[in-house]
Design a protein around this ligand. Structure first.
Ligand SMILES: Cc1ncc(COP(=O)(O)O)c(C=O)c1O
Length: 396
């Protein structure tokens, strides 16, 4: 047996996989390093809500611990929660009313569901079309799992439409990943845009993965008529075979650390994802599953109204000094650094840190470094202070 000798770090370096080494650590780190010395920064960088988890959910999770429901659960999630999710999917998008082919799996966060989807779908070199700008994990996750992330540029309006997606589809494309309302721009696709994407995916025989983690944070002007949610490709007729619906609990109910999400879709794909869950995550956290069962009795409407007011404030203030695509949902805006300043996104964000305001440069989520992301999931007073400073910087 060969025993490795010499410098242990060099040996570890030699052992690390090309896949892991090929993925760059998030560029957010530099921003946080710079911010570490600030005493009480105005933090507009955070991607999680500023409200507590509803009390009934917390109590249900505590009860689960105390009643010794701490063991593994079945792979697809406790029956009570999986049934509730399938009922939601049937009510909301109509899947399951006339077909037994619908299935759901409870996952470890929305990201857990995306992990399982890519594990189930991708062979080495298979392509997934992802938006650019993107949620920071998308391309890296695809590449860690052996796929190739093909970036779909959506500047300047951040709409991932068929005109932009179609030219990127090749014989290796397995999936198109769409995110509406989106992170980092908050853009919500229209029903027609969803229909066109679905038709394209159907025609090309690829899966449309719809990451709808912010679906509850959809503001009045962007909602599907008659609903409180964003348009979804899953809600269109005959979508089951071509759409994988992915949603989460963490953002809506302030419990991102519980790691709770779900995927729903055709049972053939969900069963394959369940097999992958068995050998990776095993199940999502048991106590969080019991906690999230209570979420169906909690109404986020008041929170969403509050966030809509913040969205209006941010768009109004920034509109005075720069280009900004009006977000229809989520809790982010993605303004451009005005060209006249002659700064990259990174340089602008570094200057903002010197004034105690934390935002994230677009280079973290995009091939371009021309914009920056503001999160308005913060107290109104802090948001006002931060906007005063940022608007002032962009005026000069
Ligand atoms: C668009 C998008 N998808 C997925 C995630 C990951 O969500 P979760 O914490 O439920 O895994 C995030 C988190 O910020 C996100 O913005």
């Amino acid at each position: 047996m060969g025993v490795a000798t010499g410098n242990p770090i060099t040996n570890i370096e030699r052992l690390l996989s090309k896949r892991s080494l090929g993925v760059q650590a998030s560029g957010i780190r530099r921003i946080f390093d710079l911010a570490a010395s600030l005493k009480d920064p105005i933090d507009l960088s955070i991607g999680q809500p500023d409200f507590p988890t509803p009390a009934p959910m917390k109590q249900a999770a505590i009860r689960a611990i105390e009643e010794d429901r701490n063991g593994y659960t079945v792979t697809q999630g406790i029956r009570e929660l999986n049934d509730r999710v399938r009922a939601l999917v049937q009510d909301d998008v109509g899947w399951g009313a006339d077909s037994d082919d619908v299935s759901a799996i409870i996952s470890s966060g929305t990201l857990g569901a995306l992990n399982l989807a890519f594990l189930a779908l991708l062979d080495e070199g298979d392509e997934v079309i992802v938006p650019d700008p993107f949620f920071v994990a998308y391309p890296h996750l695809v590449e860690l799992l052996g796929g190739k992330a093909v970036r779909c540029e959506t500047y300047p309006d951040f709409r991932m439409n068929t005109e932009r997606v179609e030219p990127l589809i090749t014989s290796r494309t397995k999936a198109v990943l769409v995110n509406s309302p989106s992170n980092p721009a908050g853009v919500v696709l229209t029903r027609d845009e969803c229909a066109d994407l679905l038709n394209l995916c159907r025609e090309k025989g690829v899966i449309l993965i719809s990451d709808e983690i912010y679906d509850e944070f959809t503001y009045e002007d962007a909602r599907e008529p008659g609903l409180t949610r964003a348009p979804s490709p899953a809600r269109l007729p005959d979508s089951l075979e071509n759409v994988l619906l992915v949603r989460g609990f963490g953002k809506t109910y302030g419990c991102t650390g519980w790691r709770m999400g779900f995927a729903a879709g055709h049972q053939r794909l969900i069963n394959e994802m369940a097999k992958c869950q068995q050998y990776t995550f095993v199940c999502s956290p048991s106590i969080a599953q019991w906690g999230c069962l209570e979420s169906f009795a909690c109404d986020p409407a008041e929170t969403v109204r509050r966030f809509q007011k913040r969205r209006d404030l941010v768009v109004e203030r920034l509109g005075e000094v720069t280009e900004v695509a009006r977000p229809g949902g989520a809790f982010f805006v993605f303004p451009e650094v005005p060209e006249r300043l002659g700064l990259t996104g990174q340089q602008f964000c570094e200057q903002a840190i010197a004034k105690s305001v934390l935002t994230i440069p677009s280079g973290v989520f995009s091939s371009r470094d021309t914009h920056f992301r503001i999160s308005y999931a913060v107290a109104e007073e802090k948001l006002q202070q931060g906007l005063d400073i940022l608007v002032d910087m962009m005026k000069s």
